[in-house]
Design a protein around this ligand. Structure first.
Ligand code: ATP
Length: 251
């Protein structure tokens, strides 16, 4: 199997994944309702999911990515129910990326191998990805000893090799210094400009202002607002979102 397209060239044009639509999606665990009746339609561009701690942002992303199954409602990708081929066209980067205890380079050649990339192409493609994300000098360094920012970029380089149509990022910069945050934001830009749909959570209002095309605002497991970013920041509809934008809702 050689399932990889060239990184930076999502297959959206030939076989669109989007829109992603959620209808009446809920998630309950041990009788506790954590997400309630979410209706949402996401098209292209950068969607930032915002809201206070415990609002359900990560849960919502995990449901969209297929790591969890809704206990009510439906999720559709351009009308299709989630299935393994559609899952392969998505990637997710976590706040603390899960990396192999091998070199940075080996983390990348491994993912190429399991996606069926011919052995002779793996090293060059992995090195190109390391270069793109500013990690070329660190190719032989074991991934566990990389700094937080470097690990994040390695996780992004790995996702880049998968050429995802959709990339989910769960608080990818929360523990990083300003230079590392900028590097991750540039990396997100690479994806965006190559046509990858971005769905990302952040607690950083300034980052959301820099990156967002549209904002999904959650509070206590409910979707209170989904608006173009400009409108969300200038004139939020709900009192909760207005307080949040003023920095008054607790994180
Ligand atoms: N797999 C799970 N099973 C049961 N409960 C969960 C699960 N994942 C999250 N929760 C609970 O659901 C609620 C929402 O969690 P979630 O991680 O989505 O919040 P969040 O908005 O991402 O918060 P934060 O900003 O703190 O990261 C929390 O109360 C959490 O404890």
């Amino acid at each position: 199997m050689n399932d990889l397209t060239q990184p930076g060239m999502p297959r959206t044009a030939v076989d669109p994944m989007l829109p992603l639509t959620l209808a009446g999606v809920g998630f309950a665990h041990r009788g506790q309702h954590l997400l309630h009746d979410i209706d949402l339609r996401l098209g292209a561009g950068r969607t930032l999911i915002m809201g206070p701690n415990g609002a359900g942002k990560s849960l919502l992303m995990r449901l969209c990515h297929g790591l969890l199954t809704p206990t009510s409602g439906t999720i559709r990708w351009n009308g299709r129910v989630p299935n393994p081929p559609l899952a392969l066209r998505q990637a997710m980067v976590f706040q603390r990326p899960v990396l192999l205890k091998r070199s940075a380079l080996a983390n990348l050649t491994y993912v190429l191998a399991i996606r069926g990339c011919p052995r002779r192409q793996r090293k060059a493609r992995a090195q190109a990805a390391l270069e793109r994300f500013g990690l070329a000098q660190l190719a032989q360094r074991p991934a566990p000893v990389l700094s937080g920012g470097e690990q994040q970029r390695l996780a992004l380089a790995r996702a880049w090799l998968l050429a995802p149509d959709v990339l989910f990022l769960d608080e990818p910069t929360s523990a990083l210094d300003p230079a590392a945050i900028r590097a991750v934001e540039e990396a997100v830009d690479h994806f965006h400009h190559s046509g990858t749909k971005i769905v990302m959570t952040t607690h950083d209002l300034n980052q959301a202002r820099r990156l967002a095309d549209d904002v999904v605002f959650l509070n206590a497991g409910r979707l209170l607002e989904h608006s173009p970013a400009e409108r969300f920041f200038a004139a939020p509809e709900s009192s909760e979102a207005a307080a949040f934008v003023r920095g008054e809702l607790p994180w």
